[in-house]
Each structure stands twice: as C-alpha cells, then as structure tokens.
Design a protein around this ligand. Structure first.
Ligand code: LMR
Length: 330
C-alpha cells in the first residue's frame, strides 16, 4: 500500500469513520444452540458451504453449534453488539427484544402442518415481521423450520389433568408460559443448553420440543413418556447484524443472498424427515413410551389451549392473529 493511501486510511480509522468491508477476508460467525445433526444445524452447515463457494472464499463462515459461543439469552445481545454476525434463534426467543410479533408462532394449535405455516412465513405477513427487526439493528433474512412439538415427562401426558403441578421447561416466551399455565403446569424458563441436566436432576419434570431437539440432546434418556401432540410449532428466524450486512460489498451480499435462499430451501426441505428420523431413533432406543392422542384427548387439549389465542393477543396484536387466521382460512 502506498504511503499516502496508508496515511489516509489510518486517519479515517482514527476518526472512527466506519469503512465498508473490503471484498476479502470477511468472516461470519454463526452461533446457534442446537446440535449439528438437526434441521437448523444442517441448514447452517449448508449456508457455510454455499456462502464460501459462491463468494469464492472471500467470505469465511464459522459455525458454532451447541451453545459453544452463546446461550439463548446472550446470543441476541451478542448479535446486536456485533460479536457474532449471524444467528437463527427460535421465534419464541424474540420477546425480550420488545418485538412480540414472533410469539404468535408459539400459539398452541394455530397451524395444522408445514403447508399452513408456509402460507404465513412465505407471504406478506412473514416478510413484514422480518422487516420489523430492522429497528433493533437486525436484518431478518429467512424463516427456518424445525417442526411440531411433542410433550414429554416421566409420567404419561394424555389428558390435560396429567399436567397438573408438573414443572415444565419452556423457552422464554410469554405465550408458552400461558400455554403451560392453561394446562395447570408450572412453566420454568431455562436455557436450551441446560434442559438435559434440568430433566435429569428433576429441577424440571418435563418439556416440549420437536423430536430432533429431544433426540440430539438425549432428553429421551431422562423422559419416560412423550405424547405426539404436535400442539405447537418451533421454527427460527435467520438473522444478521444489519450494519454488518449493509456494509458488505454489493456483489458479496448478492452471493450471500443466494446462499441464504438455497440453504433455506434445503433446510426446510429436510426438516420433517429429520424429525421423523429422530422420532424413530428414540422409539428404537426404547427409553421413552410414545403416546398418540385419541380424538377425544386432542379435543380436551384444544379446549384448554385454544383460549390462549385470545388471552395473549395483546402480546402480538389481535389484528396480526386475525390476519393469520384469515390467511389460513383461504
Ligand atoms: C429451545 O430452546 O427449546 C429451542 O429454541 C432450541 C432451538 O434452537 O431449537
């Protein structure tokens, strides 16, 4: 670098002016809390592969799974501070940011399968939700699936009464709190990385998660019963630090957008199968008894849980819920 350019750069840096990222040596730290062998873990690995390929090595992506870098509560803060550039927190974990919209996805018995869900995430409503993150210095890039949750404990969970007095671990969502309370359980917020130990030591009695999370965290080893209730959805928003993203050279951002789109299609394409495989692996392990809900039992769960939709509407706005229901009814 010639001397004049070097002096100018030094002066600029000293004055605190943010320089656009140079089209080389860009590093993206992508932190998440689940195992690599899950829908999110695999989508993150796919993003890394494609991002490095499409940018011809200008961008290096380092994926840190299993809460290696940050736990639930810390990761959003780390993103806003720029300590990591990319995350995919579950939609249930955005409440502390002051954006309640995403918590609508936690409502029990709102979506009947992935297709219905896609109508919301791929449509205008989903895009508006991602857009709202910008006021928090975050850019929302995509929705990533995990799947539909099952309930587990050391006692059978077939009728709503079976939940009475059980300490149930939840993610940090007011909707999930209301859901467990509606069943007469005692909700306990706990970081994902601590759930296995919490269940093992009896700090909590049970929990809910899609099979892929339950299996890869070995929760089935410490839960004797699980009910295939599919009562709620767990998915993610793929997000980046907005200043970082906007500061990328246009060509690099375009290549990364392509990697995001393809990793999203890949991850959402394998999510159901990953959960089916995890459920089968847990059945094979034989440590947990899996229950199906009869029609009457499902109706009894719904009777307790559907009122949570109205009861909690102030968290995300009755209008948002109405427009989601209208979209699903089409
Ligand atoms: C949980 O905390 O149960 C999940 O959000 C973990 C995850 O990211 O799937």
């Amino acid at each position: 670098m010639n001397r004049i350019l070097k002096t100018c750069l030094t002066a600029l840096l000293a004055s605190g002016v943010a320089l656009p990222a140079l089209a080389q040596d860009i590093s993206i730290k992508f932190s998440h809390v689940v195992a690599p062998d899950t829908p999110k873990g695999k989508a993150a690995a796919k993003f890394k592969e494609l991002a490095e390929q499409y940018t011809e090595g200008k961008v290096a992506v380092e994926v840190y799974p299993n809460s290696q870098l940050y736990k639930d509560k810390e990761e959003l803060e780390a993103l806003q501070l720029g300590s990591v550039q990319m995350l995919a927190p579950s939609l249930a974990k955005f409440g502390p940011l002051g954006i309640g919209d995403f918590e609508v996805f936690d409502l029990p018995f709102l979506f009947d399968g992935y297709d219905q869900l896609r109508q919301v995430t791929d449509g205008e409503i989903g895009q508006q939700m991602l857009g709202r993150l910008e006021e928090k210095g975050i850019k929302g890039l995509a929705f990533w699936d995990n799947g539909f949750k099952i309930m587990s404990a050391n006692s059978p969970l077939q009728s709503p009464d079976d939940f009475l007095g059980l300490k149930m671990r939840i993610q940090s969502s007011k909707i999930l709190e209301a859901q467990m309370e509606a069943l007469g359980a005692l909700p306990q917020v706990m970081a994902f990385s601590e759930v296995y130990q919490g269940l093992q030591t009896g700090v909590v009695d049970g929990t809910e998660n899609p099979p892929s999370n339950m299996y890869t965290q070995k929760m089935h080893e410490v839960q004797k019963h699980a009910t295939l209730s599919d009562h709620g959805y767990l998915g993610y928003a793929l997000i980046v630090n907005k200043e970082f993203w906007d500061g990328l050279p246009d060509d690099v951002r375009g290549q990364l957008d392509r990697a995001v789109a393809e990793a999203t299609e890949y991850g959402n394409g394998i999510a159901k199968e990953e959960n089916d495989k995890a459920l089968q692996a847990m059945r094979d392990a034989g440590t947990t008894e899996f229950h199906e809900l009869t029609e009457e039992e499902r109706a009894a769960w719904k009777e307790k849980l559907v009122p949570v939709h109205e009861e909690m509407a102030e968290r995300f706005g009755a209008e948002l819920l109405a427009s989601i229901k209208a979209t699903l009814a089409q």
